[in-house]
Design a binder for this molecule. Sequence first.
Ligand code: MG
Length: 420
Amino acid sequence: MSPDSDTLALYAVSALNSRGRQHAVEPSHDRNPFQRDYTRILHSRAFRRLQGKTQVFSAADGDMFRTRMSHSLEVEQLSRSIARQLRLNEDLCAALAIGHDIGHPPFGHMGQDVINGMMKGHGGFEHNHQALRLVDELEGCYPEHLGLNLLFETREGLLKHCSPARARTLGDVAVRHLDGTSPPLEVQVVDHADAIAYLHADLEDAMVRGILSAQDVRDAPGFMAAWERTASKMRYRDLKLPENEDLSDQAHPETQRMGRATLQAVIREMMSTAMNDLIVCSRAALVEAQPASLDEVRQSPPLIGFSPEHLARHKALRKFSRERIYDHPEVSRVRQVQAQALRELFCAFVQDPSQMSGRRWVSDGTSKADVHRAVADHIAGMTDHFALAEHARLRLEAPHLLAPLAVMETPPVRRSRAMP
Ligand code: MG
């Protein structure tokens, strides 16, 4: 069973133009190859652990915020919607969407920045590359091979970013990062769906967390225009935008419910506008370029994108989120505490790899670089809770491993410009 060629466009990835898997598999009677990749990722340990990994706000802040897993499922929903509208391979989009963040360590982008700093001189660390390592090597539930044996196009799509130096070591799957060709449209779709999902979700979570007040949310680029469209709808004509109302957990329940629900209705409108703009503009770009094959897509400039007007608003919203949410003093303070714990954990495991729980450490013939990579893999797989629990365990059982932190090279963490 394969995606129906009657419904897929010529420029979509399909079973006919896929470069296949490294290891041949018997055909499935009930799933096409792309649905198979989706379920392989869905059933992986790496995907399960996303439920305990920070998106922006830590689980310690409460249990109502997005995690990496809920974010990934929201990206899946948006990606599927776009793919259906453009006659792209919805199953490949879904697989890429639920897999796009599986390489993330605990504690959001800060976790990546800490591990990358600790891996300086040992090959560095980047979550897209880690996602590829997970599906190619580290997931171990198939007796006949390492990894998940995913399709070339799924692996290629998971490697969203890659430095030229690393790309030269990865072969065909990274060649687009060297020759400047475009990825399949399905990869471009998921990339945009990711940004649409997190930019709007983060506004909502920041509002619920109290990082943004009802007044602050009004400053978000596109918010007031979306409010006017929302209020013009028949069902919302009696709606009033909250001004100075207290929407915190201490507020009167009805005031809080109505205030938050009104702001959420406007944020939904913002997201809907972004989705419509992306679909309309991408469809127009495809009509104009008329790619007749996947190869022609690869030779074309990116064809999935916003209108110039919406792109400007999108960039302004990213800037707003960086300044008002991700760099908010409260978010930064929590990040610094978590960064210190992660650095100490990394140093402790490098000094004594046998402390890595759940992993039998075989030290014979292991080079220093291999030890660092093993520690990076181990910590990157942790949920936020497990990382903190391991740190607390070492404080009790092996405090000497945490103490000499100052004598090891511990680069300061600067938050990368990468977004959630
Ligand atoms: Mg994401």
